[in-house]
Write a protein that binds this ligand. Sequence first.
Ligand code: PBG
Length: 342
Amino acid sequence: MAYEATWHANLKVRPRRLRLSQNMRRLVRETGLSPDDFIYPLFARHGQGVKLPVESLPGIYQLSVDNLAAEVREIAALGIPAVILFGIPEHKDWRGRENFAEDGIVPRAIRAIKDTDPDLLVISDMCFCQYTHHGHCGIINTPDNPHYDPALPRGYLHNDHTLDLLQQASLAHAGAGADIIAPSGMIDGAVAAIRSALDNGSAQHVSIMSYIKYASAFYGPFRDAAESAPQFGDRRQYQLDPGNQRQAFKEIALDIEEGADIIMIKPALPNLDALSHLRRNHTVPAAAYQVSGEYAMIHAAAQRGWLDLERVALESLTCIKRAGADMIISYFAKEALKWLGA
Ligand code: PBG
């Protein structure tokens, strides 16, 4: 017996019509990627002619300052408007002196970048974990340093002493030509402290991009790249617990109140809820950091033939933008733009 259709859908609305051809999809696409969206991370270190590959981040290198010029020209030629700079110091100590030294690695790298291309925006990551011998993001309450306070827990990160250091380092980076200071330590009051130091130090023109940062295992490869893994404990006394959303919303509001010009969410893909909240409820530009683990994971699967590198990378970046990012820090930035032919 022949099958007889008994149900006629009679659809007035057929959303598939708008997905039928490549040109139709192009026409109705809400989110596209362009060079304007990207910020590229750079790792600067001491030495001459150094270009050290980071094993867990394929295509990413630690560069000595003399090698930055060529890199900067390539980035600018792709139309990328900004870089974010991380320094690997010569010496580490209890207070991360090299981060606020005028001849420290970051001020030297900033000057080299600006000498090559004064228009390329330089964002300086403002944190102490690369610079302290214990790898934490500020001064730690231990008997071996002058700020030790036996009334406070051992291993506690001294919030307010750390603010002093952040102020000094921000001034050193701004003095070398940084356009944006990006406090990434989740230290209470950091934005207000840095804003005041900049304003009192003839740097009112320098912006602040504040990180809303989760205590994430996705930072693993970065800690190889920046040589900044904590030597004891972890960062959970200052970074956000991945189970919490309301605390992220609170940090966003606080940082804006303290004067942040841009808010950045990281890691990006696991925290699109925070990004979307930021976009919908505030007016400051939103940034997202597709962190080292997000990049490494895609590369590792692609190397095994399990994922298509280009398609997964571009899909991730597109979805980060769709969730509300006005700008994305990504290790894929250069490659993505080559893939897009932008
Ligand atoms: C802290 C800092 C970290 C990252 C950027 N700034 C690491 C951390 O908190 O351990 C991670 C970025 C990445 O994983 O790509 N200075």
